[in-house]
Design a protein around this ligand. Structure first.
Ligand SMILES: Nc1ncnc2c1ncn2[C@@H]1O[C@H](COP(=O)(O)OP(=O)(O)OP(=O)(O)O)[C@@H](O)[C@H]1O
Length: 228
């Protein structure tokens, strides 16, 4: 069997991270172990300050300073330089944050097209893919709207479409509905989960909302710097 297909999308082995601040060192991650399988949607629960965002930063290969081993789609990231890490990120990972971080001067369609153009795909294909995703999220009539003309829930759905545009094997989501009211959060999370499932991507979703976490395939809890 081909290892690349059966490898976990993420494997963390004894991952550590400490921050030194004002002469005090805080050990935020003290030896985190986790494997996320292809297509699996995992909720990462933990109270505020427990290190959920720090853990997603480790997996997203956005920053250095982590101990232990971080593998993405079978690739050992600790052996990679900055450019190679960026390539792994581009090829395998989509991000959704609490705040949408859409480009304000571009409309919804363009925000979902741009990350695809960077991969060298022809524009017409990028637009087709963007329309497919935005349509699936109920935004078929909002393609030309800039972020400022969209509601909070709509902005977050565009961010979801952007994260999935390049068919990542893994979506990292940090409180993706944390900025929305409860009813909107439920709708957007439901759409996010069904789209991710339909695409066959894996996802790791940081939240402190137990109710939302129960809608995912598995829940892991970050406590005292390790996963329970
Ligand atoms: N760059 C940094 N420098 C110093 N300390 C940091 C840094 N980043 C995070 N921390 C500390 O690490 C701890 C974990 O922060 P993190 O943001 O990962 O938690 P979180 O679980 O995502 O919290 P929240 O749910 O409130 O977003 C906090 O105590 C925070 O102050």
């Amino acid at each position: 069997m081909n290892d690349a297909v059966t490898d976990p999308v993420v494997r963390l082995t004894n991952v550590t991270r400490s921050f030194a601040q004002g002469g005090v060192t805080i050990d935020v991650l003290r030896g985190v172990n986790l494997a996320v399988n292809p297509g699996e949607i995992v909720a990462l629960l933990g109270p505020s300050g427990s290190g959920k965002s720090t853990m997603l930063q480790a997996i997203g290969l956005l920053e250095g300073g982590f101990g232990g081993r971080i593998e993405i789609a079978g690739i050992d990231a600790s052996k990679l330089g900055k450019d190679q890490r960026a390539a792994v990120r581009r090829d395998h990972i989509g991000f959704v944050y609490q705040f949408h971080h859409l480009l304000p001067d571009f409309n919804a369609l363009e925000n979902v097209v741009l990350p695809q153009l960077i991969t060298g795909k022809p524009r017409v294909e990028c637009e087709e893919r963007a329309k497919e995703l935005l349509g699936a999220l109920g935004l078929g009539q909002r393609l030309e709207h800039r972020p400022s003309k969209l509601s909070g829930g709509e902005q977050q759905r565009v961010a979801v479409a952007r994260a999935l545009a390049n068919r990542p094997r893994l979506v990292l989501a940090d409180e993706p509905t944390g900025n929305l009211d409860e009813a909107t959060a439920d709708v957007v999370l439901g759409q996010f989960l069904s789209l991710v499932r339909g695409e066959g991507s894996a996802a790791l979703v940081a939240t402190h909302n137990e109710r939302l976490a129960r809608q995912m395939d598995r829940v892991v809890r970050l406590h005292d710097g390790v996963l329970a």
